[in-house]
Each structure stands twice: as structure tokens, then as C-alpha cells.
Design a protein around this ligand. Structure first.
Ligand SMILES: [Zn+2]
Length: 280
């Protein structure tokens, strides 16, 4: 069922017939040596994984902990416990939120992991709440004293409204992002939407192609660009407020060197934070 959703000769996000394959990579989730193609739309610039991922049971996943484990730091309580680039990115997100939201504003993070960003925002006086499908991650977030619901969205749909909804590395896991964001928009009348996404047009993904770790073809339906996301959400009545770039965490000499070069041109970094406002 999922595969047929994309088995059509048009961009699933804008219906353009103009698209091209950019890379073929192996799908590491499968025991057989299956390959998937990343297709790029020449109109909206978003890309997608074809064939698309199979069902993933996020309740039993713990991907935040997995990526943190890479850095050998298992006891993550605050931003300062994270790798340097991750810290920088989170600090930029906090700073962006502080620029546009009043103290005591109500913030919901969907897919909040173990609540590192929410803890920081709570400390600053924002009223925060999280939804997290992973049982283990939600437990660690609750242990930080946060209000967390262990569920998928919108299986759990909060009754109250918010001033901001945050989706950090969530939208690429969603089969129908337009429908998902339309549902999200019901929670933020006149409010903001902050998306944190990988940037597949960054320098490292362009030059290291298959070695860039953020394709995750067994889980990611989509690979967005700031232009592509803006195109997508404009139809849902969101308008672009601000876009900033940051870097994913990289190891290895080649990646580190490319990261230094990418920092001279922000659009070449391989992550972005994009803030939209709903026009109601
Ligand atoms: Zn398109």
C-alpha cells in the first residue's frame, strides 16, 4: 500500500512530471542487497526515497539514544552533554524561539525524544508539552519532569491550542506530510511552526553522496529543502518567517574538512531550522 503511493511518474509533493534520480543507495534495513533511488523534483526541489520505506514501529525504536550512543555519551540530561554541533544547533533553535515568542508561550514538540530541547525551553519559562512515540525516550523525558504523552500524533491529539509546534526530524518519517501538517495547523491558530530538517543539498551530501549518513532510506520518505518545504506549506496557509542553517554531527577527516568549508556558505550546511507562521 505504501509503495503504491509513490509508484507514479510524478513528484508526490507537487505533481510535477519533471524529476530525476540523484543517487542509488543500499537499503541497510533489509537483509538482501536491495537498492533504493533518491529522486529529486526539478520543480519543488524536494526529494523522495523510491521505493518508499516499509512500516516502522517507532514505539519500540529509540533513535535519539542510538545517535547519542555514537558519541559515547549515554547520560544526556542537558544540551551541554551533547556533541558540539548538536549543541550549536539546539542553541540556535532556542534563540530563534526566544526572538518570536513571548515568555510563558505554550509550546508542543511532536517527536520530542528524551526532551532535551523541551527541558531547555521549560527552564526559560515557556510552558511546554511533548508527544513521543518511543516508549523508552518518552520515559526519559518524563523523568526530566516534563509533561509527555507516549503516543503517535495524531493518535493522541491535545485538546488545548499552542503558540508553537516543533517538529525536529519528524516530517521525513511521515507518508503524507501535507495531511500531517494540516492536522498540526489545527493546534496553532495564529501560531508558529518550527521544522528542523536535514539539507540534502548541503556540501557533505553533495560530495560524499552515498556516505552521508542522513539519507536513512529505510525510514525517510522525504528529503526536503527550505524552498521545497516553503512551497509545500504555503498551500496550507503558512508563511515563511525565518530559515537558518546548522551542521549535523560529523566524524572523520574528510567530513570535518568539508564541514569547515560549508560553514563559509550557510546554504552548504546539511541541516536547517525553518520557522513558519500560520495566517488565519
Ligand atoms: Zn515536486
Amino acid at each position: 500500500m505504501v509503495k503504491s503511493y509513490l509508484a507514479i511518474n510524478i513528484c508526490p509533493l507537487c505533481n510535477s512530471k519533471r524529476y530525476q534520480p540523484i543517487i542509488r543507495i543500499s537499503n541497510s534495513s533489509e537483509k538482501t542487497d536491495s537498492q533504493v533511488t533518491i529522486q529529486k523534483c526539478l520543480r519543488c526541489s524536494n526529494a523522495w526515497t523510491f521505493p518508499s520505506p516499509d512500516y516502522v514501529d517507532y514505539k519500540n525504536e529509540d533513535f535519539h539514544q542510538q545517535s547519542i550512543s555514537v558519541s559515547s555519551q549515554l547520560d544526556i540530561k542537558t544540551i551541554s552533554d551533547l556533541p558540539e554541533e548538536w549543541q550549536k544547533s539546539l542553541k540556535m533553535q532556542v534563540s530563534l524561539i526566544k526572538r518570536y515568542l513571548q515568555p510563558r508561550a505554550k509550546i508542543l514538540e511532536i517527536g520530542c525524544g528524551e526532551g532535551i530541547l523541551l527541558s531547555e525551553l521549560a527552564y526559560l519559562g515557556f510552558i511546554v508539552e511533548g508527544i513521543e512515540p518511543s516508549f523508552n525516550a518518552s520515559l526519559r523525558a518524563k523523568n526530566k519532569g516534563l509533561k509527555i504523552t507516549n503516543s503517535l500524533f495524531p493518535d493522541y491529539f491535545p485538546e488545548q491550542k499552542f503558540d508553537l509546534v516543533i517538529l525536529s526530524h519528524v516530517l521525513e518519517h511521515i507518508q503524507n506530510p501535507s495531511r500531517f501538517l494540516r492536522t498540526v495547523s489545527q493546534l496553532i491558530p495564529n501560531g508558529y511552526l518550527l521544522l528542523i530538517q536535514t539539507n540534502y543539498q548541503g556540501l557533505i551530501p553533495r560530495l560524499r553522496t552515498k556516505d552521508w549518513y542522513a539519507w536513512v532510506p529505510n525510514e525517510h520518505y522525504w528529503h526536503f529543502t527550505p524552498f521545497g518545504l516553503t512551497f509545500l506549506v504555503n498551500k496550507l496557509n503558512f508563511r515563511l518567517i525565518k530559515c537558518e542553517y546548522s551542521s549535523l554531527v560529523h566524524t572523520g577527516k574528510k567530513n570535518k574538512l568539508l564541514q569547515i568549508i560549508a560553514k563559509t556558505i550557510p546554504q552548504y550546511l546539511d541541516q536547517f531550522h525553518i520557522l513558519f507562521k500560520l495566517n488565519n
